[in-house]
Design a protein around this ligand. Sequence first.
Ligand SMILES: Nc1nc2c(ncn2[C@@H]2O[C@H](COP(=O)(O)OP(=O)(O)OP(=O)(O)O)[C@@H](O)[C@H]2O)c(=O)[nH]1
Ligand SMILES: [Mg+2]
Ligand SMILES: [Zn+2]
Length: 281
Amino acid sequence: MGGEERESTIAGRLRRARPVVGDRVEIRELPDRSVRVEAVLPRRGILLRGAFRNEEKIVAANVDVLVIVAAVADPPLRTGLIDRYLVAAWRGEIEAMIALTKVDLPYDEGEVARVREIYGGLGHRVIGLSLRTGEGLDELRGALADRVTVLAGHSGVGKTSLTNALTGRTDATGKLNPVSDRGRHTTTGARYMDLPGGGALIDTAGIRSFGIAGVAADDLQKAFPEIAAAAEDCEWEGCLHREGEDGCAVEGAPGVSPERLASYRKLLSELEELEAERGAS
Ligand SMILES: Nc1nc2c(ncn2[C@@H]2O[C@H](COP(=O)(O)OP(=O)(O)OP(=O)(O)O)[C@@H](O)[C@H]2O)c(=O)[nH]1
Ligand SMILES: [Mg+2]
Ligand SMILES: [Zn+2]
């Protein structure tokens, strides 16, 4: 195919697209033997982050699985971030699993059982893990074999420890910061690492907080399937299930947990604030 003809193809027009971690690209070797990225191939399974001024930024592409990492203790288990990551997974059409780390530490068993019930009930695989005892590691390895995975979670939950265990690397892990009782972010930069059993792992440094900017407020419930299902009984078609909304069937509906509804409402008001800012500027 001639050079000029090449320019008119979609790939030709994409040639200046900037690759992100996980991208498949078409390359060309130049006469000086250096290699140039000619095109970024179509992406699936993308992770977006709301960036400055509401703009979306792709942080990883061609991701098969998002493993949402949360510790059962130290730092304390909080489900708000799990729900936020699940919105990101829904948006990028990525399967989401939940890894509950540090099960070797003392923790609130009732709380963890509840998390398993809620997210397991929504169809997400939930795996309890310990890097100290090795519990759950084989199960996780099996679940991730031959797939491209991103680990995401709060600082200090054990993402780098898990990455080291899965890949055989020895990257530095963090110590908890005794002052704030939250981990410092020890890891920077994004990397694509092959897994010994096939597949790959992308470490999350750039993916600390997925913004949900860009999701339309009335689309948000699509990321909360149990809320969307209960919404069929709301009196108004455009019901957004705000607190105290007239004719809303979602609150107290079977299958809708108060925790998830609270997360949904929190994210909804965040989106509405962003929309208002966008409208005002
Ligand atoms: N008890 C226990 N501690 C763990 C476990 N996994 C990790 N840790 C410890 O938790 C701390 C934080 O682990 P990291 O792997 O650095 O956490 P991270 O998620 O990569 O943190 P950032 O890079 O800051 O986002 C380290 O001191 C680890 O040794 C575990 O299964 N059990
Ligand atoms: Mg880390
Ligand atoms: Zn409603």
